[in-house]
Design a binder for this molecule. Structure first.
Ligand code: G6P
Length: 367
């Protein structure tokens, strides 16, 4: 039994299943239903200071970087503040301009990743304000920041991040909500988001219940030497995280691409031996995404489509994975969960040590 207690992959499996509870922990006591906002006391910023923010810059490594991209979308959509994410490992080497009205956000499960820590120190040396989204209490990054949000994911042992990543996404949702409500986000929209956040733990549980179906799909994906993960706008960081997880534990070549860029290159590689995992939320881009699926199908490319029940995929031949509808801004997290399960089962099918993939460390603390 590859998923039993103490067996190989036991940590990652347990941590995946702990996600509904972890989601509840990170939200607990931080939602204000009456005013449709979030209360993040640890930010150490008053309303005047949060209103003065003109830009948000998110820094992290690996999965924390990809969830940072999801977080940047949340901040832009809910607070209408320009936001982006960058790999901390690159940021600190390019002599970045540090601006006083930018809020810098460091994201890290361990709080010990050296690239992220040194980026924080560099920003502070130049007078910038940094908050941390960190899981491990009292870790180096948590101590180096001006304030922050603890993630309360609980200990995460498997190298491939699952529940920490989910709590990071929710941490960004809370931050975006609080920033939004000190600006133009209406109380009605705030309440809509809160209801969406409160529904997530049960919805995550529902996605995890489809594990048996996902395991069958994963066994087929495991046979491929090379795969694409595609998505666009909100779906692209989901695809990046999905590809990262797949490659780090299955050792298959998994490449993330913007669906919109397929025709500008990688379509040439699509064939019956190169499967594509596509992220197709029920949003304003659904029709365009489905058109891209037809292009892949026409070239004999096997398809796995992570989507919502209302999306009409026409006659596209694929393995369809439906996740529950959420508030649009929150869709990325429910679409990330099945990709974890796919990677996990593909790796166990291949007989690999899921918890400790070769050449990787849980946290990279030396340069
Ligand atoms: C390592 C791990 C990744 C992880 C990254 C960031 O590279 O292999 O899975 O996402 O570090 O770790 P952190 O503790 O900063 O979130």
């Amino acid at each position: 039994d590859p998923v039993g207690d103490g067996a190989e992959g036991g940590h990652m499996h347990r941590e995946m299943l702990d996600q509904p509870a972890a989601a509840e922990r990170v939200l607990r006591g931080r939602l204000d239903e009456r005013f449709g906002t979030a209360h993040l006391g640890g930010l150490n910023m008053d309303a005047r200071e949060t209103r003065a923010i003109r830009r948000v810059k998110i820094l992290g490594c690996g999965s924390a970087y990809y969830v940072g991209q999801m977080g940047a979308s949340l901040v832009e959509e809910l607070a209408r503040i320009p936001a982006d994410a960058e790999a901390a490992s690159e940021f600190r080497y390019r002599d970045p301009v540090i601006e006083p009205d930018t809020l810098y956000v460091a994201v890290s499960q361990s709080g010990e990743t050296i690239d992220t820590l040194l980026a924080v120190e560099e920003i502070r040396r130049k007078g910038g304000r940094v908050i941390g989204l960190v899981n491990v209490v009292g870790s180096a990054i948590a101590r180096a920041c001006d304030g922050g949000i603890y993630l309360h994911a609980g200990p995460e042992v498997a190298v491939a991040s699952t529940k920490a990543l989910t709590t990071m996404f929710l941490g960004f949702s809370l931050l975006a909500l609080q920033l939004g409500r000190t600006r133009d986000l209406s109380i009605a929209d705030g309440k809509r988001l809160i209801a969406g956040l409160q529904a997530l733990p049960a919805q995550i549980e529902e996605v995890l219940k489809s594990e048996d179906q996902l395991a069958l799909v994963a066994a087929r994906l495991a046979e491929a030497e090379s795969l694409f993960f595609i998505g666009r706008v909100r779906g692209f960081p989901v695809a990046r995280e999905g590809a990262q997880k797949f490659k780090e534990i299955t050792y298959r070549h998994a490449e993330a691409y913007q669906t919109s860029e397929l025709k500008h290159g990688p379509l040439a590689l699509i064939s019956p031996v190169v499967p594509t995992v596509a992220i197709v939320p029920d949003d304003e881009l659904a029709d365009r995404n489905v058109a891209a699926l037809h292009e892949i199908s026409a070239r004999g490319g096997p398809l796995v489509v992570v989507t919502h029940p209302d999306v009409d995929l026409g006659d596209v031949r694929c393995e369809r994975i439906d996740v529950p509808r959420s508030e649009r801004e929150l869709d990325p997290i429910l679409m990330t969960i099945p990709l974890q399960v796919l990677a996990f089962h593909a790796a166990t099918t291949l007989g690999l040590d899921v918890d400790k993939p070769r050449n990787l460390a849980k946290s990279v603390t030396v340069e």
